[in-house]
Write a protein that binds this ligand. Sequence first.
Ligand code: KIV
Ligand code: ZN
Length: 385
Amino acid sequence: MYIEDVKDQMNLPESVRIFDTTLRDGEQTPGVALTVDEKIGIARKLDKLGVDTIEAGFPAASPGEMNSIGRIVELDLDANTCGLARVLKEDIDAAIDCGVDYIHTFIGTSPLHRRYKLKMSPEEIIEKAVFGVEYAADHGLKVEFSAEDATRTEFDYLLDVYRAAEDAGADIINVPDTVGVMIPRAMNHMVSRLVDELKVPVSVHCHNDFGLAVANSLAAVEAGASQVHATINGLGERAGNAALEEVVMALITRYDLPLPVRTTELVSISEFVSRLTGVRMPPNKAIVGENAFAHEAGIHVHGVLEKAETYEPITPEMVGHKRRIVLGKHTGANALRSKLREYDIEMNEEQFCTLYEQVKRLGDKGKRITDADLRAMAVTILGKA
Ligand code: KIV
Ligand code: ZN
């Protein structure tokens, strides 16, 4: 309703490509290192999910990394397999040796990167960027170019860099919010200007340092960005990247954009990646968290049991999740009756009241009541009858 009111103020693209970087930026999550087989397992699941591009890693990082990227290329997936490279011959050669058909090449452009990291003049950086893009394009690769720390780069200079990359043969221009400093309105403004000025599609790569990665990615799409970088479970450097499951579900259900993603696979891939990386999701994580479709408060459970949409914005089935009715001090009689029905437990009114009181008493003590606890309590009450 309210979204429709503002849609005509947006410059939405016809569709949005999903560039998954779980195996590259996601693997840069502190403490995470995946084996070759684990990377292959995740790549297969990403392909089944239907992402457009899989950034499989950073080939120049190590021989092991080259090996795993090469093995992912051999899978001959439907998704493009991409490798990350600095704008250096040796990095691009390493990616070519892995057999990727798509390269994501980058160089820092902000004053901080120019002065402290690269120790290069603005002109030298443009020269290097042009070299990298041309070299990759001359080798027949699809080229995506990123100006690292774009969102802290002077706009006129950034545009010069991007125009030079475009003229050198870049197929896509990516805008990294490398340290997650943007806010949605500024991201929208910046991307609008870039979309107006550039001929090739514009993509965004948002970090989550202020918890705004998904919001900034969506603001960029509203401005015409037609590709979003994301990771499963929002993994990535520091506070991570935009969470793929959140971006995808927002684009499909809030913006009505047609994405060829099999959303019913989202919970399964989230759990798989969580198990392999050891990074557990908080229960209240949007879309895939244990509590994303769990209800405890009596009023909510009553509403959901009557009509799920009262307290659920989408169905759990849409993302491969399950609705859960949780018992605790907020539980209402309706919820308890529905649980008993679920387990085929029949009770008279007196027995039901005893059980209901026990649930409330335990809930008041802050106890979590599992379904197994409930069944045990019910059996005891029935046994006493
Ligand atoms: O966050 C970033 O700037 C990156 C680059 C490699 C694009 O991950
Ligand atoms: Zn990044």
